[in-house]
Design a protein around this ligand. Structure first.
Ligand code: SF4
Length: 408
């Protein structure tokens, strides 16, 4: 089954190429500064101080999708990072130790990842980003700074927001010294406004999947989310999502389906399996099943950014993320998504090395099934370590799940 490529993908490839060449150029220039940032870290602050921003998680996802990750993980294990912990971390450190990067494969003039002048994390997603970046801070002998965010948050309170906003403001001084740029609140406000526009467009892109048939799949989303992750706060990302949204609206108008004869609509909860995107996309298409939406792709929507209250609104947006929240909040969120996207069943990906983005271990699928009758399937796998996944077993489980939907 051939995947229907979205025409905007050609422009996406150029946008991502330009982004990586710009980073490479900054890395080789004495006048420009590079910051490494966790994927839901304070990228807007970094851009306001003229840093070029590199996201190691995006790099590690590239290691996964190019199927380089599994072979590189043991090199990080050999220096003490367990095979049980985040395989973004282990694949990425393994790649660095072997002096390998998928960037060279994609962009032959790029020899290595850009060298950081500072590393900036936010523990809103997990503690692993702090450990991961700490290793590189040591390796490159550059500062490590970050934001500590409470986790399993139920209701987001003013105390939460003030606590994080203060940490964000405190970062300005140390980051300003590294960038040698005087912080300008006007610039931060402009970037926040652009970042919010990017989020609004990306949200609309994902919401086109509420149409029947859906013009886009979760697997498309994992590719097209690139600019929302690495270029939020830039005009390039905004321009790209305008083009993508127009194409998807056209598909909707013409009833052009992402999956021919869409019979069932599923929701993907958890990390993508980067080395098997094509495999799963084709498997579901062959069954006339569209995986229409996911928590993962929706995690880069920060529509709360508000130029009038830059720090507080950033603090709010970065703590209201699904991954930071209590199970009670997550279940309410999933119920809304199931209703909005007209979902027939949920796939929970139990990613062996990412407990933070795995929500099937404490009874959530069963509670949702009991409350709203939504059937579920749990797939055991991993984001990057393909040794944790059995293609045959998951295919059999998926086929059986679809048969179960047919019988219900
Ligand atoms: S959220 Fe999971 S996959 Fe992402 S960095 Fe943390 S442990 Fe790794």
């Amino acid at each position: 089954m051939i995947r229907k490529e979205i025409a905007a993908a050609k422009q996406l490839r150029q946008v991502m190429k330009d982004y990586y060449y710009e980073l490479d150029d900054a890395s080789n220039s004495i006048n420009k500064k590079v910051a490494w940032c966790s994927s839901v870290g304070p990228a807007e602050i970094l851009r306001s101080l003229d840093f070029k921003v590199f996201f190691p998680e995006n790099h590690s996802a590239m290691l996964g999708s190019s199927r380089m990750a599994t072979d590189l993980i043991p090199f990080a294990n050999a220096i003490g990072y367990s095979p049980e912990i985040c395989s973004y971390l282990t694949a990425d450190i393994g790649a660095y130790l072997k002096n390998i990067t998928p960037l060279t494969r994609a962009y032959p003039d790029i020899e290595s990842v850009p060298k950081p002048d500072v590393l900036v994390f936010n523990t809103n997603q997990c503690r692993e980003v702090q450990d991961w970046f700490g290793w590189y801070a040591n390796e490159f002998n550059v500062p490590l700074v970050g934001i500590s965010t409470p986790r399993t948050v139920g209701e987001v309170t003013n105390d939460h927001i003030n606590f994080i906003a203060q940490q964000m403001e405190d970062l300005i001084e140390s980051l300003g010294k590294i960038s040698a740029i005087t912080f300008d609140i006007k610039k931060l406000k402009e970037i926040l406004s652009i970042s919010r526009e990017c989020s609004e467009l990306w949200k609309k892109v994902l919401e086109t999947a509420a149409n029947e048939p859906s013009p886009i799949t979760f697997f498309d989303g994992t590719i097209h989310m690139g600019p929302a992750v690495v270029l939020r706060g830039t005009q390039q990302a905004v321009d790209y999502y305008k083009v993508l949204l127009a194409e998807l609206k056209e598909r909707v108008k013409n009833h052009k389906a992402a999956v021919e004869n869409e019979r069932y609509r599923l929701y993907w909860e958890g990390m993508p399996i980067w080395g098997r995107l094509r495999h799963y996309s084709e498997l579901f298409s062959s069954l006339n099943v569209c995986v229409v939406a996911s928590t993962y792709c929706n995690s880069w929507i920060f529509t709360d950014f508000d130029e009038k209250e830059p720090f507080k609104s950033m603090a709010k947006a970065y703590i209201e993320l699904f991954i930071v929240r209590s199970d009670e909040f997550k279940e309410k969120y999933l119920k809304k998504m199931i209703e909005f996207f007209k979902i027939d069943g949920i796939i929970f990906h139990d990613a062996k090395t990412c407990p933070h983005n795995t929500n099937s271990r404490y009874g959530m699928p069963q509670r949702l099934e009991k409350d709203i009758g939504i059937p579920n399937l749990i797939i055991n796998g991993d984001l990057n370590d393909l040794r944790c996944l059995s293609d045959d077993q998951s295919r059999t489980s998926i086929e059986a799940f679809i048969e179960q939907l047919e019988e219900s």
